[in-house]
Structures are given as structure tokens and as C-alpha cells.
Design a protein around this ligand. Structure first.
Ligand code: PGA
Length: 249
């Protein structure tokens, strides 16, 4: 049976006091469900609040939205894997499209970050996905394969099965325009073929991009999807509670 992963990417929202209020509303409304993991990616300043707030719930995890690849040093504004771990992170997003497209992060940067996250014994979620121009130009699969080739270069099978992949088409993020379950599944199949070609058969592959309460059941009805990575629809505790409790056909 699939173990579904619901990942909440809060982006630049919800400071420590907001995060505390969020969990006060969310936790009592959302008992653990067998076969479901829920991971929160708050802003770095709220990470410790979230990690402490979810203590005792094995189905819940806290993670950081981005890391620097060096463990420490003179990198003003950056957060390393050991620092995130000290604040309670079990997992880290790597190569989110906003990091790639707003902050100019390269595939080579994602590779360094994946290595650092694994070295720190955290679980990386590598985000991949094409822009609208790339989709219209017919290069979606080439783009995604290159992001995997470079981002996951040199990893052994155990590492490839520790990593989680999130397929997030850039044109679907924050736009209200989600990929259809069939669009997502087609790319997921390519990602799985890439992984299987390297011996990894159990890696979890998520979909992200305008997932909401209305479309989540249809998306997760597609067996290729092991879960979802959600931005906007994760910011309201009652909406997120309803979404993660959705009955999957
Ligand atoms: P969205 O964001 O759900 O608001 O489209 C998804 C993401 O960026 O991870």
C-alpha cells in the first residue's frame, strides 16, 4: 500500500506566533491516519516552533525550505543543514522552482544541497519541473531528466530511495492551474523509469502545483502519485486539515 505524503510549503508566510496559533487549530482537528505522513515546511524562523509543537506525533515532520551546502561559515542570511537539524528539521526542500527562478539557483547548486542534506541525515525533497515555454516547446521530459541527472548525480541506490522527488510544473505553481492527473502521471512515470534505471524502486514521487481541496482526491486517485506538495492551500489550518483528511478513492 502507498504511504501518502502531504507536504505543506508555507513559503514566506506564518511567523512563530502564527505557527503556534496554526498548530493549536490544526492538531486537535487532525488525528494521525494510518498510511499518511504530513510534513510542514515553515519559514526558517518558525521551524523550531513547529518542530516543538508537533512533538509526540510520529506522522508529523518539520523541514526547512532551503539550505546552504556548507555546514557553517561566513554566509550571511543562509541556513546550513546542521543548523536546521538543531532547530528540529527532519527534511529539506531542494531546488524549489522559486529558488531556481527567483533566486537563480542552478542544477549544480541543487546537487550540492542534496549531498549536504543527505550528509546531515535529513531527507531531501528534490523539486523538478518545466516552465510553460518548455512544456509548449515539447521539452518537458528532457528538462526533468536533466534536473534528475545533475541534482542526483553520484547517489547510490540507498540515497536514491531516501530522496523524495516532487514534480512541480512551474506553470502550475500558485496559478490556480493544476496539471491533470494524467499530465502528472505521465511525468511521474518518466521519473520512476529514471530511478528504476539506477536500481531505485521505492522512491516517493509527489505532485505539486495548485493542489487544493477540490482537486486533491482526483490527483491522488492516480496511483503514480505518492502524495502532494502544497503551497497556498496549506496556509489555513482548517483547510489543510480537510485536505490531508481527504478520502482517496
Ligand atoms: P501552490 O504551491 O500549491 O501554491 O501552487 C506549490 C509549491 O510551490 O510547492
Amino acid at each position: 500500500m502507498r504511504r501518502l505524503l502531504f507536504a505543506a510549503n508555507w513559503k514566506m508566510h506564518l511567523g512563530p506566533a502564527d505557527a503556534r496559533a496554526y498548530l493549536e487549530a490544526f492538531l486537535p482537528a487532525t488525528p494521525a491516519r494510518p498510511g499518511r505522513d504530513l510534513w510542514f515546511f515553515p519559514p526558517a524562523v518558525s521551524l523550531e516552533t513547529v518542530a516543538r509543537g508537533i512533538t509526540g506525533r510520529d506522522d508529523l515532520g518539520a523541514g526547512i525550505q532551503d539550505v546552504h551546502w556548507e555546514p557553517k561559515g561566513a554566509f550571511t542570511g543562509a541556513v546550513s543543514v546542521p543548523l536546521a537539524a538543531q532547530a528540529g528539521a527532519r527534511t529539506a526542500l531542494v531546488g524549489h522552482s522559486e529558488r531556481r527562478h527567483v533566486f537563480g539557483e542552478s542544477d549544480a547548486d541543487t546537487a550540492r544541497k542534496i549531498q549536504a542534506v543527505l550528509a546531515g541525515a535529513l531527507i531531501p525533497i528534490l523539486c523538478v519541473g518545466e516552465t510553460l515555454a518548455q512544456r509548449d516547446g515539447g521539452t518537458t521530459l528532457d528538462v526533468v531528466r536533466r534536473q534528475l541527472d545533475v541534482g542526483l548525480a553520484g547517489l547510490d541506490v540507498a540515497a536514491l530511495q531516501t530522496v523524495v522527488i516532487a514534480y512541480e510544473p512551474v506553470w502550475a505553481i500558485g496559478t490556480g492551474r493544476n496539471a491533470t492527473p494524467q499530465d502528472a502521471a505521465a511525468v511521474h512515470r518518466e521519473i520512476r523509469a529514471w530511478l528504476r534505471g539506477r536500481g531505485a524502486s521505492i522512491t516517493r514521487v509527489l505532485y505539486g502545483g495548485s493542489v487544493n481541496l477540490k482537486n486533491v482526491a482526483d490527483l491522488l486517485a492516480e496511483p503514480e502519485l505518492d502524495g502532494v506538495l502544497v503551497g497556498g492551500a496549506s496556509l489555513d489550518p482548517s483547510g489543510w486539515s480537510a485536505l490531508v483528511s481527504t478520502t482517496v478513492p
